[in-house]
Design a protein around this ligand. Structure first.
Ligand code: PLP
Length: 383
């Protein structure tokens, strides 16, 4: 793998991960649901004011838990944005569901809520909005439609922790929501995630599914006198060592978020006039959304110019990257009937979108280098 002096991402670190991991070792409980797992769960429950948060081994696994909790069956339909990560759809496809792909809004690239009504059928069991870049989907419309049709909403909030929609935290709208603590996310433990349970009816079964289908959680709380196999399930608990690593970052989330805000705002301010002069589109953040400062992207005038800008930045030692290939056009998506032209906004924007280096330890000097290199890009040469 080629490395660049200015990479696209570097994992977030704080000075205390190692100390907390040592503490977990000294406590003698490094499997799941130890001291630090509990601290992370409670921290997120209090931050979001939700009845239950359960750390998981990944956001993908939290989504799989959501599909199990909703009892998704073969033949059910689940509406997902085409412009997202595979797990948003795959977690439901694993249970036999058919993904129904929705196009994106032109401004935020979030799921286009205006299309949903036409995608709902008798078989629709869930809608899975993804708050792209940590900017909220139109949850008023989505929630109203879901309630009216008796459809569950599961938020894939992998980008959106600490973001808000009309003053309410992202991750608190659906009956269930999922977080990712993968290395590429704002707060991370390498690989990790969480299931946010907003509808308390799901709590007991969520604990069972996560503990291999046993009532072990209830046993440890003294609610039953032995634990045994009571349901389907799997092993979705991360080690307490990872929870210790994660808690170090959760505790320092304000510093992390402030730093990311500074980086985002600097890109936005210093590239504004350049973007305007060259028909480049910078991200739109609707006034009723507080974003989560997850990424900084630009929409170039054409695919060719996007590819050329990536190459130009590489020549300057900077790695910038594109993002999702629309799911309906993927090999798997086509097996579900996905066709070119089905989601025109997702198709167009995915070809023109470029993400700039964005990580907590990006220095002012490095960011200046990125901005200067972008401003030197010669549009005429690459037209
Ligand atoms: C990162 C991501 C995931 C998967 O997260 P993991 O923790 O790696 O499983 C799912 N959905 C979206 C939108 C993501 O960005």
């Amino acid at each position: 793998m080629i490395t660049y002096p200015i990479p696209f991402n570097k994992a977030t670190t704080t000075p205390v991960e190692f100390q907390y991991m040592m503490e977990a070792i000294e406590r003698g409980h490094v499997s799941g649901d130890g001291h630090f797992t509990q601290k992370c769960n409670v921290f997120l429950e209090e931050l979001l004011s939700v009845p239950k948060v359960l750390l998981t081994t990944s956001c993908t696994h939290a989504l799989e838990m959501a599909a199990l909790l909703l009892d998704i069956q073969p033949g059910d339909e689940v509406i997902v944005p085409s412009f997202t990560f595979v797990s948003t759809a795959n977690a439901f496809v694993l249970r036999g569901a058919t993904p129904i792909f929705a196009d994106s809004r032109e401004d935020t690239l979030n799921i286009d809520e205006k299309q949903l009504e036409s995608l709902v059928s008798e078989k629709t069991k869930a809608i899975v909005p993804v708050h792209y870049g940590g900017i909220g989907c139109e949850m008023d419309v989505i929630s109203e439609l879901a309630t009216r049709h008796n459809i569950a909403v599961v938020e894939d909030n992998a980008h959106g922790l600490f973001g808000k929609y009309r003053g309410k935290d992202l991750g608190t709208f659906g009956c269930l929501a999922t977080q990712s603590f993968h290395e590429t996310k704002n707060i991370s433990c390498g690989e990790g995630g969480a299931l946010i349970v907003n509808d308390a009816e799901f709590i007991e079964r969520a604990e069972i599914l996560r503990e291999k289908g046993t009532n072990r959680s209830r046993f440890f709380r003294g609610l039953v006198d032995k634990y045994s196999w009571v349901d389907v399930g799997s092993s979705y608990l991360p080690s307490d060592l990872l929870a210790a690593f994660l808690f170090a970052q959760l505790e320092r989330y304000e510093q992390i978020q402030n730093k990311r805000q500074q980086i985002w705002e600097r890109y936005f301010e210093q590239l504004g006039d350049w973007a305007k002069a060259n028909d480049v589109i910078l991200p739109t953040v609707p006034p009723h959304c507080d974003q989560a400062w997850h990424m900084f992207y630009m929409i170039m005038p054409s695919l060719k110019q996007r590819q050329d800008l990536i190459a130009h930045l590489k020549a300057h030692g900077i790695l910038s990257v594109f993002h999702y290939i629309p799911l309906h056009l993927s090999e798997m998506g086509q097996k579900f009937g996905g066709k070119l032209g089905q989601c025109p906004i997702a198709e167009d924007r995915s070809e023109r979108l470029i993400r700039l280096p964005f990580f907590n330890s990006l220095t002012d000097q490095e960011q200046e280098t990125v901005i200067q290199a972008i401003r030197q890009f010669d549009f005429k040469k690459y037209a």
